[in-house]
Design a binder for this molecule. Structure first.
Ligand code: COA
Length: 148
């Protein structure tokens, strides 16, 4: 089924949250949603959050990104905070198109690198990003338990 892309709007957020819940079985966290709100507020000519819209205006996918300087001494980079496609529209190219549109916006903003974090055992999502051209980057995520 065909879809079109347009920038994320505030009124799309309930559908975005529903798609998020399909995949995670959890509510979208407040900090995640705040990045989506920031992307809406700072959209300008190169929005960092997009939705895929199918028949009758139904939102069937989203991508939410931001630009930030996280790592010590590194230039700012684009980050994908979330990308999700309604399971009923799986494999129809919405994910690939959303990613391509986000990359165009980042290029317009002069951002040269796009990053994301993926569970290393999530073969399907890894395949999705690798097929789009992503490769392992120069940083390793470290973590530990706190408060125990
Ligand atoms: C990952 C996700 C966004 C892909 O969206 P999609 O619209 O189904 O993907 P597309 O149809 O655009 O497919 C693009 C590529 O992804 C890969 N892909 C898509 N569906 C796949 C499947 N079922 N199995 C393996 N690879 C698949 C393929 O390489 C495909 O390229 P191809 O069509 O040239 O073969 C979607 O499956 C999703 O929402 N997953 C759950 C949410 C998630 O984990 N997001 C990532 C972390 S935020």
């Amino acid at each position: 089924m065909s879809h079109t892309l347009r920038p994320l709007r505030r009124e799309d957020l309930s559908r975005v949250e529903a798609i998020y819940r399909q995949h995670t079985k959890e509510q979208a966290p407040a900090d995640w949603l705040s990045v989506a709100h920031q992307a809406i507020d700072a959209a300008g000519d190169a929005p960092l959050a997009w939705v895929a819209v199918a028949a009758r205006g139904r939102v069937v996918g989203y991508v939410v990104g931001e630009v930030r300087s996280w790592e010590f001494g590194s230039a700012s980079a684009g980050w994908i905070i979330g990308i999700g496609v309604d399971v009923e529209h799986d494999g129809e190219g919405a994910g690939r198109d959303l990613l391509a549109r986000l990359m165009e916006s980042l290029a317009q903003r002069g951002t040269r690198t796009l990053r994301t974090m993926v569970r290393r055992d999530d073969v399907r999502v890894l395949r999705f990003f690798r097929s789009a051209g992503f490769a392992t980057g120069p940083y390793t995520e470290l973590e530990m338990e706190v408060g125990s």
